[in-house]
Design a protein around this ligand. Structure first.
Ligand SMILES: [Zn+2]
Length: 289
């Protein structure tokens, strides 16, 4: 199989769904709906492969934890195959002298403020995001962000990202000592609607007029939020064990970023690549043949 037989619309959808490293029931629903409404996607790779699993999952319109794990594994396999296909296509980059990289390790300032945040979907619940110790009352924070060290960017769930942004916009809040790169990161995460990946180390890298944020820690996947020109940033994943970019999609100056990550991270392999978060059952879906 070559890149010509890959449906990149489907790949992009999966990339977005798993950008925060998690698979949630709402996202499975989006994926099912997309495939259900799109015959071309259902008949090409990777939709064809996913469709079989989705049909199984939605057969009784009840999604079990086991089915979520099955789907998570399927998506991880697709990611790996896609990386391989894309890597074969990419010419190796010239091994030039690397420019010096200016590295800033980022941490969160402690602010005396609690923000009550409405989740972005139409959820009626209200979450209390405390900016003094960077804690939140949401499920995501309690499950994935709470055990990161105090001040770590990785403690930010989506609500804390929004709360930090709100604090920065509050004329009464004292945010003068915030690093510009930290302020930018908060606004980028808010715009991308992403929580911070729960990783211990977050850095801002600058070289030759380019810049990117990188995060790494107890995962074989490092996160890269790279400047792709102007004020635009995009989210990428880099696998520290296999030294490859997620879905074979690289940021500008990929080699420079990859080398920095490989030299500085000390990851030892352990678990899964995609976490699954089963929550509630989806609505009924009438499946296409
Ligand atoms: Zn939260």
């Amino acid at each position: 199989m070559g890149p010509d037989s890959v449906n990149f619309e489907t790949i992009n959808l999966i990339r977005q769904i798993t950008a925060d490293g998690k698979l949630e029931i709402e996202e499975v629903w989006d994926l099912a709906e997309y495939l259900n409404n799109n015959a071309k996607a259902r008949k090409s790779w990777p939709g064809k492969r996913l469709w079989k699993v989705i049909q199984q999952v939605f057969e009784d319109n009840k999604v079990t934890e086991e089915e979520m794990h099955m789907l998570g594994k399927e998506i991880a396999d697709i990611e790996e195959i896609c990386s391989e296909i894309m890597e074969e296509e990419q010419a190796p980059e010239p091994d030039e002298d690397r420019p010096p990289i200016d590295v800033t390790t980022l941490s969160l300032p402690s602010i005396e403020k609690t923000v009550y945040v409405h989740p972005r979907n139409d959820d009626k619940r209200l979450f209390a995001s405390n900016l003094r110790d960077h804690s939140c009352t949401c499920e995501d924070w309690c499950e994935t962000h709470h055990d990161l060290p105090s001040g770590s960017i990785g403690r930010l769930c989506k609500h804390l990202v929004d709360a930090m942004k709100e604090a920065h916009e509050d004329p009464k809040a004292d945010t003068e000592d915030w690093l510009e790169s930290l302020t930018d990161l908060i606004f980028i995460l808010a715009r991308l609607q992403l929580p911070a990946k729960p990783l211990t180390i977050w850095e801002h890298l600058e070289w030759d007029g380019h810049n990117a944020y990188v995060a790494y820690g107890e995962s074989q996947w490092a996160t890269v939020i790279a400047n792709v020109g102007g004020r635009s940033y995009e989210h990428y994943g880099f696998n520290l064990v296999d030294s490859r970019w997620s879905y074979g999609t690289e940021p500008p100056d990929a080699q420079i970023i990859a080398q920095h990550l490989l030299e500085h991270s000390a990851y030892k392999p352990t678990g899964d690549t995609v976490d699954v978060t089963p929550r509630s059952d989806p609505e009924a879906l009438t499946l296409q043949e």
